[in-house]
Write a protein that binds this ligand. Sequence first.
Ligand code: ADP
Ligand code: MG
Length: 745
Amino acid sequence: MDQIPVEQLKGVGPRISERLQRLGILTLQDLLFHLPLRYQDRTRLRPLADLVIHEEVLVEGEVVDAQIAQGRRRSLKIRIEDGRGALLLRFFYFTRAQVEAMRPGRRLRCFGEVRQGPQMLEMVHPELQSLERPAGQPDGLASGSAIDPTTGIEAAPKLDQATGSATAREAVPAADPAADPAPGVEASSTAGRLTPIYPATEGLQQTSLRALTDQALDRLQHDPAALKDWIPTSLTAPLQLPALADALLLLHRPPADAGAELTTALLERSHPAFQRLAFDEMLAHQLALRRLRRARTAQRAPLLRGDRSLRERLRAQLPFLLTGAQQRVLDEIAADLEQPRPMMRLLLGDVGSGKTVVAAMAALQVLEAGHQVALMAPTELLSEQHLQSLQQWLEPLQIELAWLSGRHSGSERALILERIADGQARVVVGTHALFQAEVRFAELGLVIIDEQHRFGVHQRLSLREKGERDGAIPHQLIMTATPIPRSLAMSVYGDLDLSEIDELPPGRKPIKTVALPDSRRDEVIERVQVGCRDGRQAYWVCTLVEESDALQAQAAEDAAADLRERLPGLRIGLVHGRIKAQERAPVMAAFKAGELDLLVATTVIEVGVDVPNASLMIIENPERLGLAQLHQLRGRVGRGSIDSVCLLLYHPPLTRAARERLDILRREASGFRIAEADLRMRSAGEVLGTRQAGAIQFRLADPMRDTALALAARHAADRLLADWPEHVEPLIRRWLGRRDDYGHV
Ligand code: ADP
Ligand code: MG
């Protein structure tokens, strides 16, 4: 099957073929391994009282009210109830006849995604089905997509006509208001079965993908041997994993009569068929990582021994002693730098564990050996902070630093670039601006990346190429506070070596964390006033759901204006992503110097900011953030010797998950335990973030959820390499064939 091009399938013309290619699908094998991302569960009715935001569910209810809302955008609002709960259906495209058809008492079945509306939970343009049709009266409601009563699958349009109106990764015609403009009511019943939802692309819809996989599955069913299973049953059987072909058939087409148990297992991805493919995927990645590691040890890097002179001078000048963990990690790094092979080390350390000083010490070793160092932070603000820390430590040692920010321009910028290129600047601090082609180093020996989850793999690689000289590439140290268990880190960062700072500097006081509803905002403001009058400093953090800089900035502006009015006695500063670096720097400096009492900020201060005297933090709408992010934010206080308090000012009502998150944060101080709790609630992909550099992007597997399986895959990799070495390459190709992140080493 890995040799048969998809063009052999019915309905694949040049256009479809090009779109399949975009998904990495060239052969029948690719198509078979293009597995559903998830399933729509149309098999079970969800009571309206049990709706959860963002879930796609099937519900039933009786129309109580239908009206046209005139607001900013005209919409038809239909309220349905089922005796225990209520839901609002909202349509932006509708006709008069349709409005009239929505008489109170009419029973509807709807499928769609639950969202939080302004007043209550809503579904926007759900798929509708009328449960009783008044005799002799036609519906008057046209439907956008016809659902085949026998399969529950939307009738497939002819493939080459299947032009997509969908913009997202998933193209579900009925969920798209443009594709299904009317509140169409289906006369037929949606048969109870799980509908697979595939990763799709513009112009290639679910229906097409289903029609194509149907054909490939058909061939597989007739000739299972055509798809070679590269993993011997002696490795899969002890794990009670099914045969490959059976697993594929089941995942693509769950049986129509799937019982509740199977349905749940598939939706939760705990089904053996799913586990089988997750295992294969993790195994393929393990093998690829080992190959990568082998290739890396064959590369050359500058040998950076150093005479310890600079390191000893910094150590003598520090106002504290390094912790045992910091020292151990430094020894590990030092040993790596003395090898002629590139270091690729991941430094794990909770917020406040003191990673910056470790970075500084490592940098000094490189400087001693006559090379330059680049330190990269994910935001301007953080790069400024690093610059300040390093200035404080390195300038007394007469070391020249350069700060390259995206905001430097013209002659100023040219001058900085020149100093980097001729080697005058020994340590260069910046953001991804350091990746730009015009930035050239004289003798780059080490790249340090802080909070690396904001950087992409490609950026990481391009900075390495930058430092390449005479075939030698710079060493790399990647620092992160993303709290992940070590065993997991081994599975997801198989090509990196790990160091861990598992000890906080002494004298840290735990942070008292309290959650309060925003109805008590006045009290909280009062508390800020009292605290600041006593000489404390405070952060006021504004959050927003949207990833929009502008909106977030606006929220912070509003909060600052409000607080300035209500706390006239306090000196209040404001920082957010829309304020220029030159204007932000003095505000941060003033806050650090104690010249401001209160700093209103967006989540830009999430990582790295270090003001030991700040001991009070208010987080508005903490329910919008994940646990890891909240923990990072909270880590901005509790850095000095004063007792610190974090107030979580939430907006009720909280979802159950949000309540649980805030609860965990109240109870737990350790990043590690918070991470574990986070794991129980979320998947690895979510915890690590989708753009985590260096971390593997799994399609199906989730080593945090499938820890045991991840371990088994590591052992299986040993066995395969030893006993079936000829199976290694085809297995890697099957899963990662066209991915380029393993291509360059
Ligand atoms: P993070 O690991 O979150 O980046 P930082 O490097 O910002 O942590 O360190 C947090 C604070 O702890 C800083 O003020 C730093 O100077 C201080 N610090 C670092 N190491 C020690 C130590 N061994 N003893 C006391 N304070 C330390
Ligand atoms: Mg830091």
